[in-house]
Design a protein around this ligand. Sequence first.
Ligand SMILES: Cc1ncc(COP(=O)(O)O)c(C=O)c1O
Length: 447
Amino acid sequence: MIKKIVLRDDEMPTQWYNVVPDLPNGLQPPLDPETKEPMGPDKLAAVFPMGLLEQEMSDQRFIDIPEEVLEVLKIWRPSPLVRAHNLEKALNTKAKIFFKNEGVSPVGSHKPNSAVAQAFYNKKEGVKRLATETGAGQWGSALSLATSKFGLECKVYMVRVSFDQKPYRKSIMQTFGADVIPSPSTDTNTGRAILEKMPDTPGSLGIAISEALEDAATRDDTKYALGSVLNHVILHQSIIGLEAKKQMELAGEFPDVIVGCCGGGSNFAGLAVPYVPDYLEGKKIRFVGMEPASCPSLTGGKLAYDFGDVAQTTPLLYMYTLGHDFIPPGIHAGGLRYHGMAPIVSAMVRENIVDPVKVHQLECFEAGVLFAKTEGIIPAPETCHAIRGAIIEATKDLNDPKTILFNFSGHGLIDMGSFDRYYAGELKDYDYPEEEIAKSMANLPKI
Ligand SMILES: Cc1ncc(COP(=O)(O)O)c(C=O)c1O
């Protein structure tokens, strides 16, 4: 019985796939918040290098992966595709469950797929230092690894609640030479203003993004790096799905259902987008995006132009959003606590290509523990949402077993504090924070 399918180094994709030109009805452009006109690369060049901005706006379907990026990716890529036989058995289902194991990267998640590319293009254009935010700590770890490979400095604003819950994430970032600080911090105007109003805030990705952007905008030697949401991040993450497609072919399989957890949308889209052309040609594929019930941008938000951050410094993105000043409850999947969703994933939901599904954290931890016991790998709390999704799909109609492919976005070895609290019965589910969402929705920019 085949357990896993592994590609050779020389079988790794050498081009990324850009789904934007294939999206029915395309994407709405980002807008300049002052003029409400489409924002060109010139204004964004203050915080991003041109190489990434070209990718952000590209209408080419395939883009070469630079040799230097491939060399670093080879530290852990191609990642394995694994058949979860033991989970299938435990569920008593005839469904076939495959997962793409992105937890094998040096920092334990899919995030370095984009971090390495972003560090490379910044280095190429003479940037000395990158500033970024991190939720669960995975993106910060990934960028710290990537900047160390290309000899850049790195400053990470880490969402307070994760900083407290995951001290070893900080140690990992420090090992790679990064400077890490809890957000909101006293290092920026945004951070100081928020701390004055809400000294005990758990923080949010929206706040940390504002801090990192302010850092980049106020220093000549620094640019900003974002770990999800943007088109170029999803482009870099497409390597997941491109590899998975080759591996599924080698297994003689084609997925009926593709599942991923959605924070900003990058790991889900990375697995899903290479299958979009098949879907558009008429192949029946169900794409399922799993999100937390306490921060449900796709199932409880609105498709609108909104800021990507609390301080309203980003361009306006057309996306599903809960409002830029929504601070989600402190659930243990820190990487899923974001008010918005990638414009690409938002467009896929708008076009009814993707079905969004919301789940509560306790059922996700339960699914993650079952996965650990059956498959022998402990998932990150974010990844538990994808596992829960795969289990729902595998058990909902036992007479119609499907082939399911999900993205195992990261391992949970640095998240054991969250598992401890789950075992101690200290975690709870949060209801849909209706009042909070209504309040922040009222502050959506008027377009
Ligand atoms: C392990 C893991 N999975 C998923 C996510 C969610 O991010 P995205 O939706 O961009 O993949 C994160 C974010 O930090 C993460 O660390």
